[in-house]
Design a binder for this molecule. Sequence first.
Ligand code: ADP
Length: 292
Amino acid sequence: MSRLEAPGTIRSHERELKKAGDPTAMGTHCELRGATRVYPGSAGRPALHALGPIDLELEAGRFYAVVGPSGCGKSTLLELLAGLASPSEGEVFINGQPIEGNVADGVGVVFQDDASFPWLTVWDNIAFGLRQKGVSENIISEKVKGATKLMGLNGFESAYPAQLSGGMRQRVCIARTLMMEPKLILLDEPFGALDQQTRLLMGDELLNLWRETGATVLLITHALDEAAMLADVVCVMSARPGVLLDVVETGWPRDRDSRIVSKPEFGAITSRLWSLLREESLNALDTKQRGS
Ligand code: ADP
């Protein structure tokens, strides 16, 4: 439940995992120290303090979810970890190195919007990143086959995105990210546009992917049940400027799937998250209605 442990703790944990041949040793270790993001004012608009300060450590190979009221800075947090933006104050470390606004190697990001290329087939969409890197077609072919199988897309390799359901298009985007073998997978509301049933099934696929790759995963979601079902650790954020209200360990085994939603512990975790967030969400709504 600690938000920040002594730096040595994680590294020794990783060494132990590597010794034991555990796949989670493949994941990335991340740390935010006092990370704050203020968007500068422009065109007569004042500066906006969106996030922080936040102290948070992501242990290699674990699954994290971030929940919080709309506009509390969740996407901003993801951008800091992805290296797409720099903190205004504080620092962000990936495997002990400050990232300083660069996208670190081995980071894969999946956004909510359907980011598939409509003019390319499923196969070419998934192969896109590796082709850009000049990887040989033999290797690409092998990897695309693996990714289509893992994401349940085999049989659809020559289809175009417009011929697929929203859930399948999102799987194409996840497969494309997966091809780059990320050790840190950052997902910003990836299932936001999908119906509840598809979300549950996509959640199962994401859990498989996490287990198979050993990556560290951070999922931003507005759905408390999704966070409670998928994550090892749920980070609960306050209304803007988002700071950590609590860090909730779910205690699920690594080998889990969407059937845990019928367990009594699942209901207990979800209601704990809601009791932490209810007042914050009302505050966020109130601020929005007042137009600030
Ligand atoms: P969330 O993902 O929790 O909904 P965001 O991180 O997207 O929140 O945004 C946090 C706050 O920062 C919001 O008030 C949003 O309007 C503001 N914001 C986000 N991006 C920018 C930007 N580029 N410039 C100015 N304000 C921004």
